[in-house]
Design a protein around this ligand. Structure first.
Ligand SMILES: [Fe+2]
Ligand SMILES: [Fe+2]
Length: 441
């Protein structure tokens, strides 16, 4: 819905829109996808030019399960606010049409000295009419560094906690510069604040639901990480982020309709994280072996992680289960159907692999599920561009070339094209994770 149009709507219609949006949020299953959507919708409701959304995380933890902070009695020493998404319409207008805003990564200590920190500490809503005229005796100050680096001018700032009914803080929502009909930044009106408070409370409930799924997946990831330290949480998260970028571009190229795109990307974000969960079923002698190279039998055992992973999702009960199974089973298939791909071209029964596994039907081309074809690219690119115990990291250019050279062989050429089109986003995700790892070490 156009922002200008929302101006002309009366209160009842606006409330109706808020309720409709809340319903929509409840259909989203992935936490990140939901956070991005909450920010977009909150800005639309309050006609805000910009905004950010933060979650609370523990410091120095490789796989962060999301923390709920009780603001009344919790110490914040071991926690921080991590920005998940930032949006800015004014900045976006300066970019190419349809370009995404840059991938951002920074954290804020949970202290009363910053606006978002104050909100997380106290659970209070802050409505600031002019960020550059905050009274001297306020505990919090406005940090103008982003304005200075971008040339943007922040004026009104509405910051509110994403607070559950039990006073647990999940994160902080901040919207910036309410706009009038002429495009001037004005303070947030009392009506806007009412709508946003109502919206934030439902958004928080939707968020709590997605945390159940995402924390369960994170625990499974951590289990896989205990077994195979090569399969780090950061690798899994990057593969999931890359997959989403590839799919978004592919959906744009193929003009996939908005509803289908929304549903697929939400599920893909979760399923991509499950690609190698089957490694939990591989013995240490194989999993931890670095040199010499695997013999045929050992290689086959290693390849069986695809079938073992799929077994975690047999008798699927949801679309997420189905896609997780597809991704786990098929992320090593080759587009050209060659015997380098597996498990379709491997007969496990020839090898001693302990658990008997069904032979998977050989697949090629579009027979391989789209989700698995996407994750295949994201997984290989991440392995190439990062150091592993058995190899040094390839340069970014070489890693992109490595994928490009296998278009039409190992990888779906249309997806490789989409991958190359989002090169800048992929690089910015890589650097964001690097910064995060440096901060944690
Ligand atoms: Fe794998
Ligand atoms: Fe992987």
């Amino acid at each position: 819905m156009k922002i200008e149009k929302m101006f002309t709507e009366d209160k009842a219609m606006k409330l109706q829109k808020v309720f409709e949006t809340e319903k929509l949020l409840n259909e989203i299953r992935d936490t990140d996808v939901l956070l991005e959507r909450i920010l977009t919708e909150a800005r639309l409701i309050a006609n805000a030019d910009a905004g950010s959304i933060y979650v609370i995380e523990e410091k120095q933890q490789s796989t962060q399960t999301t923390r709920f902070v009780n603001y009344e009695n919790e110490e914040f020493n071991n926690k921080l606010l991590r920005i998940k998404y930032a949006q800015n319409d004014t900045q976006k207008k300066k970019m190419l049409p349809d370009a995404k805003t840059p991938y951002v990564y920074f954290t804020v200590p949970i202290t009363k000295t910053s606006i978002s920190g104050y909100c997380a500490c106290t659970g209070e809503l802050l409505n600031i009419a002019d960020a550059y005229n905050i009274p001297e005796d306020s505990p919090y100050k406005f940090n103008s560094s982003t304005d200075i680096s971008t040339g943007y001018t922040t004026k009104s700032v509405l910051t509110l906690p994403l607070k559950t009914n039990n006073n647990q803080i999940l994160g902080v929502l901040q919207i910036i510069n309410a706009m009038d009909e002429n495009g001037n930044a004005i303070p947030f009106s009392n009506d806007s604040i009412d709508y946003i408070q109502q919206f934030a409370s439902s958004a928080t409930q939707a968020l709590e639901h997605t945390y159940l799924t995402s924390n369960m997946i994170k625990r499974m990831q951590r289990m896989a990480e205990f077994r195979d330290p090569k399969e780090t949480a950061a690798h899994v998260e990057r593969v999931s982020d890359f997959s989403l970028e590839i799919y978004d571009q592919y959906a744009k190229n193929k003009k996939i309709d908005a509803a289908e795109k929304m549903k697929f990307r939400d599920t893909l974000k979760i399923a991509a994280k499950c690609h190698d969960l089957g490694k939990v079923g591989i013995s240490d002698t194989i999993l931890k072996k670095v040199t010499p190279r695997f013999d045929d039998n050992e290689r086959s055992i290693m390849c069986s992680h695809t079938c073992i992973g799929a077994q975690l999702f047999t008798e699927p009960e949801s679309e997420i289960d189905e896609m997780c199974r597809d991704v786990a089973l098929r992320h090593h298939e080759w587009w050209d159907g060659s015997d380098k791909g597996y498990p379709g071209n491997l007969d496990f029964k020839k090898y001693e692999i302990g658990t008997p596994l069904e032979k998977a039907t050989p697949l090629k081309g579009e027979e391989i599920p789209l989700s698995a074809r996407i994750v295949a690219i994201a997984d290989v690119f991440d392995a190439l561009s990062h150091r592993r115990v058995y190899k040094e990291a390839w340069s970014i250019d070489d890693a992109f070339m490595g994928i490009q050279n296998f278009a039409g062989k190992q990888f779906d050429p249309e997806l490789v094209l989409a991958f190359l089109q989002v090169r800048d986003r992929i690089i910015s995700i890589n650097s964001a994770y690097e910064r995060m790892e440096n901060l944690q070490n």
